[in-house]
Write a protein that binds this ligand. Structure first.
Ligand SMILES: NC(=O)c1ccc[n+]([C@@H]2O[C@H](COP(=O)([O-])OP(=O)(O)OC[C@H]3O[C@@H](n4cnc5c(N)ncnc54)[C@H](OP(=O)(O)O)[C@@H]3O)[C@@H](O)[C@H]2O)c1
Length: 287
């Protein structure tokens, strides 16, 4: 099976790249915007004419949540229109599309109850809206498609919360981190492995099937930061603060834990706890 990974220089793309050698049954092509800009219908048509593609894992995204508030057009162009173009190209080529979405499609106001795939999505941010629109583009345009909604993605590759906390904790005595936003961190390596394990098991007829995926467990950003610093043995205090005390452009859900019953039931997968994922990521960063 020939698998195309788009946006492959990002966190999830790099983890897929790292895992590729363990999946000899797949032939991978890794592209990022220089080789294949998914906002360009022309570039996509040309690429799919020149390459045999059976499956696409779309890791491309406008992922700057605050940045999107001031760049609505750019966020929509990539997360919505790009996803739609890619979905249409997959249909034309008869390829399966694995698309990645987010817990930020939810407003987080449903109380402390994990969101199921079927719960009504009402994003609070431009980023969340653009990702929800992207899901709809995929469902509408791709004849074979699966959407993974994930949350709080981090990796030893790219920029993310774990690396920000590590860097700040080394130079500052005290960090202020919000404790009224609760979710579940996801080590991108675990999501990457799950995607590759599941691809061969997907039924031939599958359209717009949404699966939630994060690591197990629940925490606030404060708990997450505390664990990062504790596991690394850094001498720095973490102080819990309210979102209201902390200026961020985009509004984020206060509670956006994803219910993973569907993926666990359908594919009998064991999902590591977020502390276990964090430990492995910190090891990878140290290496
Ligand atoms: N990060 C999170 O916390 C999080 C949480 C939930 C869901 N997700 C979703 O998970 C997916 C992967 O996230 P990630 O954190 O791995 O993202 P990432 O690290 O930001 O990587 C995205 C990649 O897409 C590339 N890209 C940008 N414009 C492109 C274009 N026009 N065509 C092709 N590639 C393009 C980026 O290149 P440049 O960097 O050069 O622009 C980057 O290499 C995204 O769909 C994201 O929305 C992320």
């Amino acid at each position: 099976m020939n698998i195309l990974v788009t946006g492959s220089n990002g966190q999830l793309g790099c983890e897929l790249r790292k895992l590729a050698k363990s999946y000899e049954q797949f032939v991978f092509v890794f592209t990022d915007k220089e080789e294949l800009d998914i906002r360009s219908e022309h570039a996509l048509n040309k690429f799919f004419k020149q390459n045999k593609v059976d499956c696409v894992v779309n890791c491309a995204g406008f992922t700057a949540v605050d940045g999107a508030e001031d760049n609505i057009a750019a966020a929509n162009e990539l997360n919505m229109r790009g996803a739609g173009f890619l979905a249409a190209a997959c249909t034309e080529a008869g390829a399966l599309l694995i698309h990645i979405s987010t817990d930020y499609v939810f407003n987080g106001q449903a109380g402390c109850k994990p969101y199921k795939e079927t719960d009504v999505a009402k994003p609070r941010s431009v980023y969340g809206k653009s990702k929800l629109e992207g899901e709809l583009e995929v469902i509408f345009n791709a004849q074979r498609s699966v959407i993974f909604r994930t949350s709080w993605l981090y990796s030893s590759f790219g920029h993310n919360f774990v690396k920000t906390i590590l860097n700040k904790a080394k130079s500052e005595q005290e960090l202020r981190v919000v404790y009224d936003q609760v979710g579940a961190p996801t080590y991108a390596a675990d999501l990457a492995k799950t995607i590759l394990d599941i691809i061969p098991l997907l039924p031939e007829k599958i359209r717009g099937k949404i699966y939630n995926y994060s690591n197990e467990g629940v925490c606030s950003w404060y708990d997450f930061a505390h664990a990062i610093i504790e596991m690394e043995g850094i001498d720095c205090q973490v102080r819990p603060v309210l979102t209201a005390e902390f200026k961020q452009l985009a509004q984020r859900p206060h509670y956006s834990v994803l219910d993973k019953t569907a993926i666990k039931t359908d594919y009998h997968i064991d999902i590591p706890h977020w502390r276990d994922g964090l430990r492995r990521c910190l090891e990878a960063i140290r290496d």
